[in-house]
Write a protein that binds this ligand. Sequence first.
Ligand code: MG
Length: 260
Amino acid sequence: MITIKSRSELESMARAGEIVATALKLVEEAVRPGVTTLELNRIAEDYIIRQKAVPLFKGVPCPINGGPDFPGTICASVNDEVIHGIPGLRELKDGDIISVDMGASFDGYCADAARTFAVGNISESARRLIEVTEQCFYEGMKHAVKGNRIVDISRAIQRHAESNGFSVVRDYVGHGIGRELWEAPQIPNYVTRERGPRLEPGMTLAIEPMINQGVYNVKILRDKWTVVTADGKLSAHYENTIAVTGGEPVIMTKLRGEGT
Ligand code: MG
């Protein structure tokens, strides 16, 4: 079921969103060669808990039979890792890229966002992948307006990625969000046979393009969580929680005072 949020519910989501955006900013500031992904996890978790918010990824049951619950507050996915990387003792190296995804709830309402960061000096092609992935989010969001359908968001994302020579991950999609981290509808980043529901004011969506340098196919590592590109090429991720309104969509996962 797609939930429509009241003004006060949207305010709670915006507070959760500000906490997530700030935690991502703190992680970004800590990203450098030599830091471990576990240290980045600690920074995010400490901040979220100090805000009296709840990290939402920690303890999520593994979608694969027999896999462990997710142990991290963040997903930390390096280079060819697409999503769901488990924070650990891996040290980031100059030239790496790292996708950091996190969700938190405040007052019972959820927010979810992801960014890909450069570690030190990265290649021009990695830089372009990160930029185009962010642009894909904004291209998609433009279409998150009253009366459109989910497919309008999907199409814009796919066009932008593919016209820049990149591919769109098929196996994982964006989603509705509210009291639950994952709500209806699904938001694919590519055009499927489903047009999806019509958008209405008060719907809140996590739009999250996952864009690959090479093929769109992915596989899952033996830890039963980490999703990697099938060809070992780079992948980037960019996500915000947004609200559909009567006019322009509004980003909920933003820093205090930041535009849109
Ligand atoms: Mg998400």
